[in-house]
Ligand binder design. Sequence first.
Ligand code: PLP
Length: 389
Amino acid sequence: MRFPKRPYSRFKTALHLKKALKKDLAFRNGTVIGSMCSAPSRYAVRIFSKYIGKNLGDPGLCPGTAEIEQEAVHMLGSLLGNPDADGVFTTGGTEANFLALLTAIKMTDGTRREIILSDCAHFSFFKAAEMMSLRPITIPHNADYSINVGAAAEKISDRTLALIGIAGTTGTGSVDDIPALGKLAEKHNLYFHVDAAFGGFVLPFLKKAGYPSKPFDFTVDGVSSITIDPHKMGQGLTPGGCILYKSRELADRAAFPVSYLAGGKTKHRTLVGTRSGAAVLANWTQMVCLGEEGYVRIVRKCMDLSVSLARRLDTIDGIRCVKIPEINVVAFRSLKTDPERLSRKLREAGWAVSLFDDYFRIVVMPYVTERTLRRFLKDLKSFTGDSHE
Ligand code: PLP
């Protein structure tokens, strides 16, 4: 398409978009079962639209919005066991993980260039390492897909910049042994970042939802910073990530001074400059409108479905669950049908399921229903040759 000479009419514009977007999958149409993004409430979307022009890249223009951001940050800090935590909203988990590594670099003299992380870590760390000329030292996972802490300990040296722990891996939802990693971090005086981009809005509510939960937050000694994404299980809207640091002092280490903005001298704590204040306001809205009770209800529903899905997957001939789900991420292997072939068939049938190296992943978000999963299981059975119910 060329840049139009004449302006489009609204009718033509709407028609063009409608036609193009017909191809998109919608969260609530019942085929998206492999996305970690949430479908925000209508009310949050309304707040987003109402305050669409707010730009937190120039907080002097919108000090009220900046105050709400601080409220949201402190709410998240208290959720994660440290009301004094400080931080900033980001475009998502990727930016938050970048910022963690940037902060770690700024805490050292620049000679330490290695980060130690699980081979199940999100690719954002590897992207960040490439851009910041860091060397990722990947540690093999245990049978439950958590990092092998002993192997991580062996790799620590005077070149180590940071330790990374994952609280809810992207592929299997596994939670690393954060207390053991925290001990290592303390022993060797290392920066320790926990990526709870997805798990951060699940793990704090698991106990009250009737499921076991592992320690992963600021109550664990040694944790320097945590990624937590409102646009994942926070039920917020995109862009909605957040990085929390254990203290204001640490949060300020990655801050970049800017002199000319509306509020006078200020500091940017993000990678991006101009950023959506409306998204922060909408994500704040989502959190206060749900509260702990709302999240417990959502997590219980997602976990009940996840556990029942895992049980039913295991009954299909040629399908084996990778593990009992720790959070609402269900991973399974295809033992008989070639995974690429199965993936293709599922896509052809309209299912958006992620295929990792040798396993599939379903994310049981709140918009995933029992009816949808029943339809999926039926298709899966027919594609793997096990068609009896
Ligand atoms: N960390 C984890 C554990 C994730 O699962 C993801 C995305 O799925 C990210 C980070 C990156 O988040 P985003 O896509 O919001 O940048």
